[in-house]
Design a protein around this ligand. Structure first.
Ligand SMILES: Nc1ncnc2c1ncn2[C@@H]1O[C@H](COP(=O)(O)OP(=O)(O)OP(=O)(O)O)[C@@H](O)[C@H]1O
Length: 244
């Protein structure tokens, strides 16, 4: 097994017509760890995800996945290399059942074998505590269930690195704690490496081995959750008001 970090981003940057959305950002996600990417609105977090996932071409820098240079590979190729992701706005295929939504991704992995994809999808739904809702139409799910379905769909392609974009947003504390427990279980039992964008600090504190803080497209701090939440720059730019 490679000893390289699962993900290594080296001086990555992205400009949108003169706006520097991400500037010289460098960080690593060690294999099997949970790392959080935090920062105020517009800090460049989702753009960073898009650069890692190949959804946007990089303006500068390099992305290494599991020791392999994946810079410039497109989204489909990076997904095949082992990166799964969720999106901020959860949009299941409304006309499909819960399990069929997961099968859309699983079928690709299972080479079109429907029975195999269904069995694998049901296993994933059980991990996400959605097994009993497998046959329901996806559009009937509540927000917390839709959030977990979004994670299940991302897992369908068997990623080694899972990118989660604000999966706690809109959840009540009790549902947030449930999602935290599920993600901790996944990480512990399958060794899945997770990079998450999150504003809900309760979840960041409970889940993360390491936290990277962005502001105006630049990394302003990184460290353990307690290190970053007491970092003067992070308090000034992001957490100050909430903690005041
Ligand atoms: N496709 C685009 N074209 C032009 N500007 C963009 C594009 N995508 C993002 N931006 C700009 O880049 C900056 C970073 O945006 P980004 O969505 O990455 O921030 P974020 O940290 O994810 O914010 P939030 O917490 O609100 O989701 C913002 O100023 C945003 O308006």
């Amino acid at each position: 097994m490679s000893t390289a970090p699962m993900l290594s981003v080296d001086n990555i940057g992205k400009s949108f017509r003169g706006l520097r959305a991400v500037n010289a950002v460098t960080f690593q996600v060690p294999r099997g760890d949970i790392v959080a990417l935090i920062g105020p609105n517009g800090a460049g977090k989702t753009t960073t995800f898009n650069l890692i996932a190949g959804a946007l071409p990089l303006s500068d820098g390099r992305v290494m996945l599991d020791g392999r240079d994946v810079t410039g590979l497109g989204q489909a190729r990076i997904c095949r290399e082992g990166v799964g992701r969720t999106f901020q706005i959860v949009k299941p295929f409304a006309g499909l059942s819960v399990v069929e939504n997961v099968m859309v991704g699983a079928l690709r992995y299972d080479g079109g074998d429907v029975a195999k994809a269904r069995a694998a999808s049901l296993d994933i739904l059980n991990l996400l505590e959605l097994g009993d809702k497998a046959s329901l139409p996806a559009q009937t799910l509540t927000l917390p269930d839709r959030k977990r379905l979004e994670v299940a769909r991302a897992l369908a392609t068997r990623p080694k690195l899972l990118l989660l974009d604000e999966v706690m947003a809109g959840l009540r504390p009790v549902e947030c704690d449930r999602m935290v427990a599920i993600l901790q279980g996944l990480n512990r039992e399958t060794g899945l490496t997770i990079l998450l964008i999150e504003h809900v600090m309760r979840a960041v504190m409970a889940l993360s081995d390491h936290v990277v803080v962005l502001h105006h497209g630049e990394k302003i701090a990184e460290g353990t959750p307690s290190e970053v939440t007491s970092h003067p720059k992070v308090l000034e730019c992001y957490l100050g008001e909430e903690h005041a």
